[in-house]
Design a protein around this ligand. Structure first.
Ligand code: SF4
Ligand code: ZN
Length: 268
């Protein structure tokens, strides 16, 4: 996933997984003088939650001597995640959860920020747990072909889309948590107030129960998908990416998903 001369933007939310990743990459990077790290935190604007997490991220970056770049939904889109949720409630739009909006908007903000700091890779702290949950989510949403795109090291498909890596994809969340405790890393441990609305929670519970009763279930799901992904990739037709008609970012539609969502929100 990583090369000796990479400039890696680490997505740091201020939670245990992303801070453990930052500590481990900082440790590795010391042996590679041509490589560099920069931390990026996206402030979604969730009152009483994200502010503390960003402070934790900043404190840890300072301790490690890593450059820290903070961007926000407000500056990028004019809305905080709290505004998004308020509008969703007003419009009685229930088909997508707040996290669905947050995920799309964060991904775009992270990519733009990574480009601005001249990173050639974005590292996210998705663990084995996150990966297996996403696999099942894609299947439950009837979108299994998505599995082709969401892999631990993404393909370079457009010069404006920074390649994404997931160095923790085979590490169970319990181990990244343990690492954070052993290293006495200060992190944000409160959950986001909107997290409970996500279908992902039910999948997490299911997978944890399976893992408890049948140890190794998560690895099996992950490895099974690794085996069948090349076959899925063969049947997925790769479309040319265009520039979004609104923001100019790469998209396979006329308007990118983030701009579509923002347009939807503006009329609620
Ligand atoms: Fe965004 Fe959902 Fe995560 Fe909260 S739990 S920060 S709303 S993706
Ligand atoms: Zn757009």
């Amino acid at each position: 996933m990583m090369k000796y001369n990479d400039r890696i933007a680490v997505a740091v939310s201020g939670g245990k997984d992303s801070l453990s990743l930052l500590y481990i990459l900082a440790k590795i990077e010391r042996n590679f003088p041509k490589a560099s790290l920069v931390a990026i935190s996206v402030d979604e604007g969730v009152r009483g939650y994200r502010g503390k997490a960003i402070r934790m991220a900043a404190e840890n970056c300072k301790k490690l001597g890593i450059e820290h770049c903070i961007v926000s939904f407000k500056e990028f889109y004019g809305y905080t995640q709290d505004d998004v949720v308020r509008r969703l409630k007003k419009g009685d739009k229930t088909e997508l959860t707040p996290c669905a909006y947050c995920g799309v908007l964060r991904r775009k903000a992270l990519n733009i920020a990574a480009r601005e700091v001249r990173a050639n890779k974005v590292a996210t702290a998705h663990t084995l747990d996150d990966e297996t949950q996403t696999i099942l989510l894609n299947i439950l949403h009837g979108d299994p072909l998505r599995i082709a795109r969401e892999k631990p090291l993404t393909d370079v498909v457009h010069p404006d889309l920074v390649q994404r890596i997931k160095p923790f994809c085979e590490i169970p969340e319990r181990e990244t948590t343990l690492y954070a405790y052993i290293k006495k890393i200060k992190f944000q441990d409160a959950p986001c107030p909107y997290a409970s609305q996500a279908i992902r929670n039910d999948i997490r519970l299911f997978l944890n129960r399976m893992e408890y009763r049948h140890a190794g279930t998560k690895f099996t799901v992950f490895k099974s998908i690794e085996k069948i992904r090349p076959a899925i990739e063969k049947i997925v037709t790769r479309v040319e990416l265009n520039k979004c008609s609104e923001c100019g970012e790469p998209t396979n539609e006329r308007t990118c998903k983030a701009c579509q969502m923002l347009q939807q929100l503006s009329v609620l």
